[in-house]
Design a protein around this ligand. Sequence first.
Ligand SMILES: C[S@@+](CC[C@H](N)C(=O)[O-])C[C@H]1O[C@@H](n2cnc3c(N)ncnc32)[C@H](O)[C@@H]1O
Length: 314
Amino acid sequence: MHWKIKASLQKILHFTNIGDRLNHIPATLVKDYHKNVCLYQFYECIRKFEASQIQLNTAQSKAALEIGTGYSLISPVVLYLLGFDTIVTVDISKDVSIKTFQKQVRFLQEESLLQTIAKHSKFELSDITQKVQQLQKLQTLEHVCSFCNIKYIPKYTLEAIENVSNSFDYICSQVVFEHIPPEFLEKLFIKMKAWLTEDGCAVHTINFIDHFANPGFFQDKNISEFNFLKYSDKQWHFWAGNDIAYTNRLSYVYYLELCKTNKLQVVDFIGENYRAYHPLAAEEIHPDVIKKYQQLSNVEDVCTYQRGTLIFKK
Ligand SMILES: C[S@@+](CC[C@H](N)C(=O)[O-])C[C@H]1O[C@@H](n2cnc3c(N)ncnc32)[C@H](O)[C@@H]1O
């Protein structure tokens, strides 16, 4: 389907109060949706945590911040099971529900998953197993959050985070930064520099591709996954400048520049191409895209990776 059809539908949906929820419905109709979400959140949470090399089996208390909770509470719950003492999870919207959590948490009760947690956790396998059983009995989000020491802040501000804590050992996000406008990313990077503890670590997985090329009923199979880089800011704002469709069209180079500006030490950047790769030629990339960078030695660099994980320290 042509991407402009999906873009037009999202533009219409965004005028309704429940546009984002309606937009999310098709994804939830897939068979085994809750199992898939739970396993995805689990493995991505463990993968990022391993990349941080944080040790949780020490006497020192540790705090984690997750940026962009989304629809699932599995990731912050796994952070609790790993042994973080407090977990703050924030989003601009409020999409977590107890019903969804109950449908997903039962899939954590699998021996191989529990053992993977135990390998890194400050808790013993038997404790973790018991906690997962207890979590399945909880009837409200408040009970889940209080059981796991999770502070969920929907519709957050940076001040709201600081009212809870201004010091974090671990800061993570999963496919969220590409939805944040550059002006707010700048503020967030300044704060992350201030909030990270001396040996703290941040791990962020960012998707760099045009979301209209994402798989699903509305996928446009005829466009490059970097198609959105062909358009001016004005044209792109017309099609995707709403809160359902917005992506910032920034590549890994931009995030490395943000680290440099804020004197954050980049431990690693792991770039990935996880699907058929169709980079654009330099002349196809719009000047508005190029001008977002302080220095871009090769214009084609904005198409190098489809996804990546940025790991940095203070
Ligand atoms: C693709 S979803 C990912 C959600 C979740 N991390 C996951 O892996 O399922 C992107 C999320 O980023 C959130 N988001 C957008 N702008 C944000 C911002 N400035 N700060 C935090 N979250 C934001 C959206 O509301 C949405 O929940």
